[in-house]
Design a protein around this ligand. Structure first.
Ligand code: TYM
Length: 331
């Protein structure tokens, strides 16, 4: 069985972009693969987080994973900080990664341009920690949205640097798995940029646990062009095409089918139907989430089980890595 690993950073709330671009694919893979899904709470610290909020949010994200359909029996679901091997391996990999490679990371460039007062070295080495997340578990495939592709390429480069120095056999070469549709869900008000959970404008994204009235408002108020024809054309009709992408993934209909279905109708019709579809998709998720959040002890127990299972595998890799680089492993 191939091994799959992926995660999301514990900031804001999971969005429809995270669901459509990533988690929806995770749930489809869980029956046929050996899957590990985690919460990157250490990555969250690259931007200041209120400690209490970060703590609560970790539970909330865990509950959202389960509510979105990830089964703790079929997958290893865990919290990054619970398996300390992530940070340990990250150091070893940092010592192999040239700064020139990190300088090229577009996410780092974007984030440091946006927050010039917060260019800490954690933000800079973020992709190295991400490589450690992946390589610890010998992952074959990493299901992510388009925005993480470059980080995956870097992970592959790092495996190359390792092999040049220490030889093959310690790490598996991972591959990105990016869906054909919905790998880049766009912002609702500014459809030329991606939907992001850390966006300051809350009209730009739909979070999985948004209030339903708010979801309807956000979709109906989404920016579209001044045309009238319902046509999938991301270049000229970015806003509309984004809505059609969401519609397509959630309904299983192709954009061609949607074009036919909405021939002669107005943008408003599509928006009303899409709002219904999103709400009916998220309603059961919301119910399950609310239930789970009432039982923190249960979540705690699942987190612990997940961490125990993940740690066994992480330890094995780290011990092997230490042996190969000449670092004594504690007996
Ligand atoms: P994060 O938390 O930003 O996003 C989680 C997943 O959702 C995808 N995604 C999107 N897909 C489509 N459209 C969007 N608008 C959109 N926004 C986000 C992301 O591509 C991602 O797959 N660094 C990672 C978390 C991470 C990780 C890892 C992932 C840490 N270590 C190891 C894979 C493997 C991140 O911040 O994702």
């Amino acid at each position: 069985k191939k091994t799959i690993l992926s995660g999301s950073t514990v900031t804001g709330d999971l969005t429809l972009g995270n669901y459509i671009g990533a988690i929806n694919n995770w749930t489809k893979l869980q029956d046929d693969y050996d899957c590990l899904y985690f919460l990157a709470n250490l990555h969250a610290l690259t931007v200041f987080q209120d400690p209490k909020v970060l703590e609560d949010r970790t539970f909330s994200f865990f509950a959202q994973y389960l509510a979105l359909g990830l089964d703790p029996k079929k997958n290893i679901i865990f919290v990054q900080s619970h398996v300390h091997e992530h940070t340990e391996l990250s150091w070893i990999l940092a010592c192999l990664t040239p700064m020139g490679y990190l300088n090229r990371m577009t996410q780092f460039k974007d984030k440091s341009e946006k927050h010039p007062k917060n260019i800490n070295s954690g933000l800079y080495t973020y992709p190295v920690l991400m490589a450690a997340d992946i390589l610890l578990y010998q992952a074959d495939l990493v299901p992510v949205g388009e925005d993480q592709r470059q980080h995956l390429e870097l992970t592959r480069d790092i495996v190359g640097f390792w092999q040049n120095r220490y030889g093959e056999g310690v790490f598996k070469m991972p591959e990105a798995y990016v869906g054909k549709m919905g790998a880049r869900v766009m912002s609702l008000q500014e459809p030329d940029k991606k939907m992001s959970k850390s966006d300051e404008n809350d009209k730009n994204f739909i979070s999985i646990i948004d209030d339903f009235k708010k979801i309807e408002k956000k979709i109906k108020g989404a920016a579209t062009d001044s045309g009238t024809e319902i046509k999938y054309d991301p270049e000229n009709k970015a806003g509309l095409s984004n809505l059609m992408t969401i519609y397509s993934v959630l309904s299983g209909k192709t954009t061609d089918q949607l074009e036919k279905e909405y021939e002669g109708k107005m943008y408003g019709h599509l928006k009303v139907d899409l709002a219904d579809l999103v709400v009916s998709t998220l309603r059961p998720v919301r119910e399950k989430y609310d239930d789970l959040m009432k039982n923190k002890d249960y979540l705690d127990q699942l987190m612990k089980e997940g961490a125990d299972r993940a740690a066994v595998r992480a330890q094995k890799t780290l011990e092997n890595v230490y042996k190969n680089v000449g670092i004594l492993y504690r007996r």
